[in-house]
Design a protein around this ligand. Structure first.
Ligand code: NAD
Length: 485
């Protein structure tokens, strides 16, 4: 492989051109296309190619062919390419942000900008990470080393809530560790991923990153493919189980980042007023379409009434609208499938007669998939709104009195993605955090992520982690080397 330092910042691709898949370094269309809708208007943003099985196989073959040459490069050489990719993405940042708002719905001036900025930063930083050989034994007789070697071809499958960030979260660690990739975005939000695939072809060697689009079938073809060594999947728990089953055919390695129903506990004595904006954003950011959104908020009885009123007062000022409008705080629900699920959940809340101090009624006459900010006051612990992952702007707030009971309620779920505890007594809050069954638990802070911080779910929220050294290692085999002296 010819290593030439590419000049990413000079790359310019045309965002007005038709969307193409990236296979073996070429931009390819398909005989069939599908429409991608703007969730704020219902209008078609663009058509995306529907990959055939032959094209998916070609993408895997290209990744397989490119992989040995890519893995033979030094970490520094791969790092140069990935950094050039970050530069090339940066050169198209504004176009990517606008496209993200149009196809996903999130506000351009806030959530979309944050997502794209953060994603590019992530690529740049992961390019600096290394997995060094570890010497675990060094005696006069022999030496034992552990080396992390690439797996081969990785299949990456992403959801529609953070398509840019979650896609690039997979690409950077996959490539720096010497693997190549075939990525398939959600059929609801393929456009940004197709574009960042096109950008990649300008800086990365042929076949290192391939992007195909289509529906769920293309995902099935990737997960069943014998030349794919690992699946990095982010999506629902139901699909994660199918991915796991399909991966057994050739014992693919899997990382599954799945759903969550994250609880948050507000302890007695908490000075909650300054926390309301943080808690609101943590629950309603991205219109609640967030795996680690607070989805159940448990507030101590001594604070409950004042808290509920303050929360509702704050939330009622927020604006739901088209993400291109700078006055919008929360965008629409990304697709009709999710919107339909929310209609059903809202109907259940109404039918059961729960108290709803804010929102509660979806106006189905609107062109966009708009759902009002909704708060449900102390619904039963076994209600659907508490038990299910709503993935929308609706939050149950519950009253608690007994600490043992609230911890039991928090843990009484198949999910275990994240949780948070808020309280003036730090030691007590940490003790509670230690007892919550989740991959990440925050105390008096929330939604802190980092390149070096592993992130993953317990129970049915996932398997394995992304990020951190552990996340990098999941893109590698452990090879034990023993040499006699
Ligand atoms: P989804 O499971 O419906 O789809 C995810 C992806 O899988 C899409 O690209 C889809 O086309 C593909 N797919 C569907 N069926 C497949 C199959 N049988 N084989 C292979 N691929 C298949 O999820 P979604 O609705 O796009 O995303 C929402 C879910 O994602 C929520 O549950 C949310 O909590 C979860 N999520 C988790 C994280 C995390 O890091 N844990 C992050 C974001 C979203």
């Amino acid at each position: 492989m010819n290593v030439q330092a590419p000049f990413g910042a000079q790359v310019k691709i045309d965002f007005g051109a038709p969307y193409t898949m990236s296979i073996a370094g070429r931009q390819v269309g398909a005989n069939q296309t599908f429409e991608v809708f703007n969730p704020a208007t219902g209008e078609v943003v663009a058509n995306a190619p529907e990959a055939t099985e032959t094209q998916v196989n070609e993408a895997v073959a290209a990744a397989k062919q490119a992989q040995p040459g890519w893995a033979a490069l030094s970490w520094e050489e791969r790092s140069k390419y990935i950094t050039a990719y970050a530069d090339a993405l940066d050169a198209h940042k504004e176009e990517i942000i606008t496209l993200l708002t149009k196809e996903q719905g999130k506000p351009r001036h806030s959530m979309a900008t944050v997502e794209v900025d953060y994603a590019i930063y992530w690529v740049r930083e992961v390019a600096k990470r290394r997995l060094e050989d570890e010497v675990i034994e060094d005696t006069p007789e022999h030496i034992v080393k552990i080396r992390h070697t690439p797996l081969g071809v990785v299949g990456a499958i992403t959801p529609w809530n953070f398509p840019i960030l979650l896609g690039l979260w997979k690409i950077a660690p996959c490539l720096i560790t010497g693997n190549t990739m075939v990525m398939k975005p959600s059929p609801y939000t393929p456009l940004g991923t197709l574009r960042f695939g096109e950008i990649a072809q300008q800086v990365l060697p042929e076949g290192v990153l391939n992007v195909v689009s289509g529906g769920n079938e293309q995902g099935v073809w990737i997960t069943n493919h014998d030349d794919v060594s690992k699946i990095s999947f982010t999506g629902s728990t139901a699909t994660g189980k199918k991915v796991m089953a399909a991966s057994s055919s050739n014992l693919k390695r899997i990382t599954l980042e799945l759903g969550g129903n994250d609880p948050s506990i507000v302890m007695p004595g908490t000075d909650y007023k300054p926390l309301i904006p943080t808690l609101f954003d943590a629950a309603f950011g991205n219109s609640g379409q967030w795996c680690i959104a607070i989805k159940r908020l448990y507030v101590h009885d001594s604070l409950y009434d004042g808290f509920l009123q303050a929360f509702v007062d704050y939330a009622s000022e927020k604006v739901v609208g088209n993400g291109m409008d700078p006055s919008t705080d929360l965008g629409p629900i990304q697709n009709k499938m999710q919107y339909g699920k929310l209609l059903d959940l809202f109907a259940d809340v109404k039918a059961k007669g729960y108290n709803v101090p804010l929102g509660g009624k979806i106006d189905e006459s609107l062109a966009g998939n708009f759902v009002p900010i909704t708060v449900v006051d102390n619904p039963p612990r076994d209600s659907r709104i508490v038990k299910e992952e709503p993935f929308g702007p609706i939050l149950p707030i519950m009253r608690w009195t007994n600490l043992e009971d609230v911890i039991e309620d928090c843990n009484d779920t198949q999910f275990g993605l994240a949780a948070s505890v808020w309280g003036p007594d730090r030691a007590e809050a940490i003790e509670v955090a230690n007892r919550l069954e989740a991959g990440t638990v925050w105390v008096n802070e929330i939604h802190i992520h980092g390149i070096d911080i592993p992130f993953g779910g317990h129970k049915q929220s996932g398997m394995g982690v992304e990020n951190g050294t552990e996340g990098l290692q999941e893109f590698t085999n452990t090879k034990t080397l023993m040499f006699a002296k």
